[in-house]
Design a protein around this ligand. Structure first.
Ligand code: ZN
Length: 515
């Protein structure tokens, strides 16, 4: 994937010229989307009824229109089709424009942009283009948890990103991340939808008690490990790893007997779960290639360097192949806010994790809950030497709310008041520490100050974790309380939305674009 755009190619200019002859106030071609290939011109157009896929075949190429839903028309001797941005048309478009099909990421720097509303991709593309460099993007990225909370299907996540990628004219390639998969059934539905990148989260199989257990408790837990499931036995594991000291680019990682026992108790079942999920994934994808990420970030205790070595070497022994790994780093990666902790301690931590990833891979270090961690980006980019994946999700929703605050202060104020009421319940499954009493009461903030709320620590987290309730709660009349209003506001002010996202993501991507 090269960070280039078809807007620079002669073929696209030619396409734009022809499409623009069609364009008028009732059918306004979005210039970034216009592209010509295989005797057909393609674009997204704004119409009074919303966005439409516009297809203009050259004479002799009209057969392509059979693959698409839509209304046919003719203007100035050009036959065309104007179709809805629906699932059938998204699939047919991917069949024609190969760069829209999710594919493997190249080995360098990459970034995942979660998009809970399905409208953020043009803003994400704008930021990628602005920073230059070769950051490979994932626009379709959502965990099953987030899909459930937003009422979206894996296919809808893929399709929304397809439309955004097409509209923005991003032809340099995309991946698609089925994030935080926990069970085999999650894999099946995401593989069928066309995801290319699968994040396995074995967090439920990490024994966090190991960090507080006594040596006797650890020994008992070690003896009780499901050795058959691990395809291992206690003596073999000891022989492989106990007493070893690894020199990894000058960093000494010593694995004494106690360290090994604790690592095996803490992560042994997690490794077995990842191996089982990997095999399931291989079967589900058949001969389609895929990227695999292993994430243990959503645990309370940090992943020590020796434990990282244990996980990596045991995954290799089990035949798992992966492209990135998200350890649980020192300090706190809370949702929507900067790194909490000593950045020098983070530096010392990530330096060795990155070295281990080079030794046992090379694979990327993945920064989960990676949004808004401005104080550590340069450190992470430098120590990983660009072999890094930055994963963000909810921060784009916050930028959508910033656009809402700019366009409709009353709507934003209502969402904020509602989110405050939901926070104590909705925060349960997230790493956040916001306190309601530190977040200003909605009635005390002027319209002009509303946007600034989105820069306040507690407000950010309160809004961040309540997205599911905001997007799916219905009023007594059965109508969605906020979701339709948010979506229609963003659809009618795409430039405001994209500008918020661009500004925010340029800050995220710049430290990685120049590493
Ligand atoms: Zn994560």
């Amino acid at each position: 994937m090269q960070a280039t755009s078809h807007a620079d190619t002669g073929e696209a200019r030619q396409a734009a010229a022809s499409l623009h002859r069609l364009s008028d106030s009732s059918l306004a071609v979005i210039p970034s989307s216009a592209v010509g290939t295989q005797g057909v011109e393609w674009a997204v157009a704004r119409t009074p009824a919303g966005l439409r896929l516009l297809i203009v075949p050259a004479p002799g190429h009209e057969g392509v229109l059979e693959e698409f839903d839509g209304v046919r028309g003719e203007r100035d001797g050009h036959g065309f089709l104007a179709g809805p941005l629906n699932a059938r048309n998204a699939a047919a478009l991917r069949g024609r424009l190969a760069w829209l099909v999710p594919r493997l990421l190249p080995p360098g720097t990459s970034a995942g942009f979660g998009d809970r509303l399905g409208l953020a991709t043009p803003g994400h593309v704008g930021a990628l283009r602005a920073v230059g460099g070769a950051i490979a993007p994932i626009f379709a990225q959502q965990s099953i948890r987030e899909m459930t909370r937003t009422g979206r299907s894996p296919q809808a996540v893929i399709d929304d990103a397809t439309w955004g990628t097409f509209e923005a004219g991003w032809t340099a390639g995309v991946g698609a991340d089925a994030d935080h998969l926990k069970a085999p059934a999650d894999i099946d539905v995401c593989a069928a939808a066309g995801f290319s990148f699968f994040t396995i989260d074995p967090g439920a199989h990490v024994d966090e008690h190991a960090d507080r257990a006594t040596p006797a408790e650890l020994q008992a837990a070690y003896d009780a490990l499901p050795w058959a499931q691990l395809e291992d036995d206690a003596a073999s594991l000891r022989a492989r790893l106990a007493g070893k000291t690894l020199d990894i680019e000058g960093h000494r990682v010593h694995i004494d007997e106690g360290t090994l026992i604790k690592a095996a108790v803490k992560y042994g079942r997690a490794v077995a779960h990842v191996a089982a999920m990997f095999r399931h994934l291989c079967a589900a994808m058949k001969d389609r290639p895929f990227d695999l990420e292993v994430s243990v970030d959503e645990t309370d205790t940090r992943t020590s360097h020796a434990e990282h070595v244990f996980v990596a070497s045991e995954l290799i022994r089990r035949g798992v192949r992966w492209v990135s790994l998200a350890p649980r780093f020192i300090g706190r990666f809370e949702k929507g806010v900067d790194y909490i902790g000593d950045t020098r301690a983070f530096e010392a931590d990530v330096e060795v994790h990155a070295a281990i990833a080079r030794r046992f891979g090379p694979y990327k270090i993945s920064l989960h809950s990676g949004s808004d961690k401005f104080s550590i980006y340069e450190i992470a980019a430098r120590h990983t030497r660009g072999l890094v994946h930055l994963k963000t999700a909810g921060t784009s929703y916050l930028e959508a709310l910033r656009a809402v605050a700019q366009v409709s202060p009353d709507l934003f104020r209502a969402i904020y008041a509602f989110s405050r009421g939901r926070y104590d319940e909705d925060r349960a499954s997230y790493h956040v520490s916001a306190a309601l009493d530190r977040a200003p009461a909605p009635g005390t903030v002027t319209d002009e100050e509303l946007g600034g709320l989105l820069d306040q620590f507690d407000v950010r987290q309160i809004l961040h974790v309540t997205f599911g309730s905001v997007l799916t709660t219905r009023g007594s009349d059965g109508a969605l309380l906020f979701a339709d209003a948010i979506m229609s506001l963003l659809r009618s002010h795409p430039e405001v939305h994209a500008a918020c996202l661009e500004r925010h993501f340029i800050r995220h991507l710049s430290p990685f674009a120049h590493s």
